[in-house]
Design a protein around this ligand. Structure first.
Ligand code: FES
Ligand code: FES
Length: 260
């Protein structure tokens, strides 16, 4: 048998081999991880495992380890194109189906799973990342349109082990509960500060004469500008407090206290 690069136990490898003997060698070579093994097994058990799920793009692209993701041959992908991105601090070249969203490229091809897939329809904001300084919904953005662009995700917010001030403010103000929306909230909030600094207006901006002047954001303005980022845990007051602190640079009183 080939050298085992997977995270699977011998029993799991045997089960995989019993169910999908033809794919066993490839799975072992590619370093199939446990999460995707479980997913494949669940689908197989449910009778839903279509053979294309075992195609290289589906099976091999899902490693959580950024460095270990193997290059794919263009022949293994439909409509293959090559895209060059600067993702956080790294220059990355990926071969993808031209219809692949930026979100799927980040999560499934580059191992950057911080950006979340909430709705995949542009409705929740969980997938927000920053492309060339602008916040975008990565589920609605084709990776092919980002050729040569800079993409910042939540993984790139901290620098040299120092949190971004927005991350620090979210921690201080407890701006999250389950955390699912938080990467998108933070990316959105960081880009929002830039928008305010550049004088970009919102629906609520009172003084239109402020155009191109830095806008100091009221709580209502922050809420309005963050309205594309839904938090199902309802951490909104704390998110607004965190953004106000990061924007003003002034201490904002916490609205919560430790018990006892
Ligand atoms: Fe993109 Fe919901 S996952 S907006
Ligand atoms: Fe749970 Fe926002 S913290 S969805």
């Amino acid at each position: 048998m080939n050298k085992n690069k997977t995270q699977l136990t011998e029993a799991e490898i045997k089960l995989f081999g019993d169910l999908m003997p033809e794919e066993l060698d490839e799975a072992i070579h590619s370093g199939l991880n446990r999460r995707h093994f479980m997913k494949l097994m669940s689908l197989a058990a449910a009778g839903l495992l279509a053979s294309h799920l075992l195609a290289a793009e589906q099976l091999f692209a899902r490693s959580a380890d950024f460095e270990d993701i193997p290059e794919l041959h263009p022949e293994a992908i439909e409509n293959a194109i090559s895209v060059n991105l600067k993702v956080n601090t790294s220059a990355r070249k990926v071969v993808i189906d031209s219809r692949t969203s930026l979100l799927d490229t980040l999560r499934e091809r580059l191992g950057l799973t911080g950006s979340k897939k909430g709705c995949d329809h542009g409705q929740c904001g969980a997938c927000t990342v920053i492309v060339d300084g602008q916040r975008v919904l990565s589920c609605l953005t084709l990776a092919a349109t980002c050729e040569g662009k800079s993409v910042i995700t939540i993984e790139g917010m901290a620098k040299n082990n120092e949190l971004n001030p927005m991350q620090t403010a979210f921690l201080k103000h407890d701006g999250f509960q389950c955390g699912f929306c938080t990467p998108g909230q933070i990316c959105s909030a960081v880009a929002l500060m830039k928008e305010a600094k550049e004088g970009q207006l919102s629906y609520l901006t009172q003084d239109l004469g402020q155009n191109a002047q830095p806008v100091m954001l009221s709580d209502d303005e922050i809420a309005e500008r963050m309205s594309g980022n839904i938090c199902r845990c309802g951490a909104y007051p704390n998110i607004v407090a965190a953004i106000r602190e990061a924007q003003t640079g002034k201490d904002v009183q916490q609205t919560w206290l430790f018990a006892g």
